[in-house]
Structures are given as C-alpha cells and as structure tokens.
Design a protein around this ligand. Structure first.
Ligand code: GLP
Length: 226
C-alpha cells in the first residue's frame, strides 16, 4: 500500500475493514506522521457497509475508517467513498458507487480480507461472478460473528461485487489467524467455485497475498497460484 502511494501519488485504493487490516492502517498513519506518505491526492473506496446501520454506530465501517485512517492523515474527505448504508434509494446508491469508481479510472490497488466462509467484501457463498455493487443478505454466521452480543444485528449490507473487485489492477489479500486456515486453503488450492467466493482470486493477474503462519498452516508446501 505504501509503495503504491509512493509510486502513484493520486492512487485509487480499495479498502477493507475488520481486525486483519488494523496493523496496516497503523503503519500508514505512522508513515504519514514521518512525512513519508501524502494522502492529499489519494482517493479511497471502501468495500462495503452495513445496511440500515447509522454512520455513528460503533460497528459502522464509516466509523471504523474515520477512526483508523481518515481522521489521522491528510486525506480529503471528499475523496473517501464508503457505501451509504442509510440510503433510501439503494439502487441509485449502488449504481452511483460503480460510476464513481469508473470516473476515477478504476481501482489501482484493492486490499482485501477474507471471511471464514471465503467471503470477500460481503460477497457470501453463492455470489455470481458478474456481480457489481449491490444490496446483499448477510449469512447468519456472518451476522453472529460480526455483532457478538448485539441484539438484532443488520441483516443486509451494501458491498462491491466480485466483478468490481476483480477489475482492480492489483489485489493485496491479507489473512491472519488459524480460523482462516481452511478458507485460505480453499481459496488457493481448491476449485474455483462461487461456494468459495475468494477462490476467484486464483484468476486475478496481479494478486499478492500476505499470510501469517497460523492462517497458512493447512497449505501444501508447494502451493502456487498460476
Ligand atoms: C467482514 C468484512 C470483510 C472482511 C472480514 C474479515 O466480513 N466485510 O471485508 O474481510 O470481515 O474480518 P476480520 O479481519 O476481522 O476477520
């Protein structure tokens, strides 16, 4: 990510949320503080946001991004896009999101995490490969995991689609923790099936993967993505 911004000052970045990228955001903020990075010409598009969850809710991705990155660097707020989960007109919001990505020349670097069921963004198992930004239903597994202890978690989310993600010029997949070991094995070594949405990444021409030891433990030693 740092290299991408240094190489192209006005980079268009696709950004994830979750626990895994927290370290990455801390590093970016650190490099900004040291004067290594300038975010003023950068544009960002977040992958997803819960539907019907107020922006100020502690679990909203708007809030996450504000807290971890946007309020800590010199990015222009007008250049930060996160789907509006409180919109009255979902279709328009989704079409507009795709149009903005296009108007910015597409995403240079898309950073992704992965769900335990292989979801990327909120593209749950069964997602068609040609999907774009749209409203989706969350699985019960995802709802429970993401909203531990919260009564009545959101049932839906707005997410970039698989097609939106795969169109990015470069993808960086970040994975950590033993609970992701099966998902990453299926992602890299299993068949390409929309029952494991992340398996499509095998076909991306410019994919980089960063795994910790725990998440990599089920991979065959000589596993290689062609
Ligand atoms: C959510 C997000 C995904 C993210 C995943 C994993 O479901 N929609 O984009 O990759 O969480 O999160 P974590 O890194 O906390 O395991």
């Amino acid at each position: 990510m740092t290299r991408q911004i240094i190489k192209k000052a006005d980079s268009v970045l696709g950004l994830p949320t979750g626990d895994t990228p927290i370290g990455m955001y801390e590093r970016l903020v650190g490099f900004y503080g040291q004067g290594i990075l300038d975010f003023s010409p950068v544009t960002t598009f977040n992958l997803d946001e819960y539907y019907g969850l107020p922006i100020e809710h502690q679990k909203s991705f708007h809030r996450y991004m504000g807290k971890r990155l946007f309020s800590k660097v010199n990015i222009q707020r007008d250049n930060t896009y996160v789907p509006n989960g409180m919109t009255d007109s979902v279709k328009e919001e989704c079409n507009q999101y795709e149009a903005e990505i296009k108007a910015h020349g597409g995403i240079d670097l898309m950073v992704l995490g992965i769900g335990v069921n292989g979801h990327i963004g909120f593209n749950e198992p069964g997602t068609p490969w040609d999907s774009c930004t749209r409203l989706v239903k969350l699985t019960e597994e995802t709802r429970k995991r993401e909203f531990v202890g919260l009564k009545d978690p959101p049932k839906k989310a707005i997410t970039m689609g698989i097609k939106t993600i795969m169109r990015a010029r470069k993808i960086l997949l970040l994975v950590s923790g033993e609970e992701k070991a099966e998902a990453i094995k299926k992602t890299l070594e299993g068949p390409i099936t929309n029952q494991v949405p992340s398996s499509i990444l095998q076909l991306h021409p410019n994919l980089q993967i960063v795994l910790d030891e725990a998440s990599a433990k089920s991979l065959s030693e000589l596993s290689e993505v062609s």
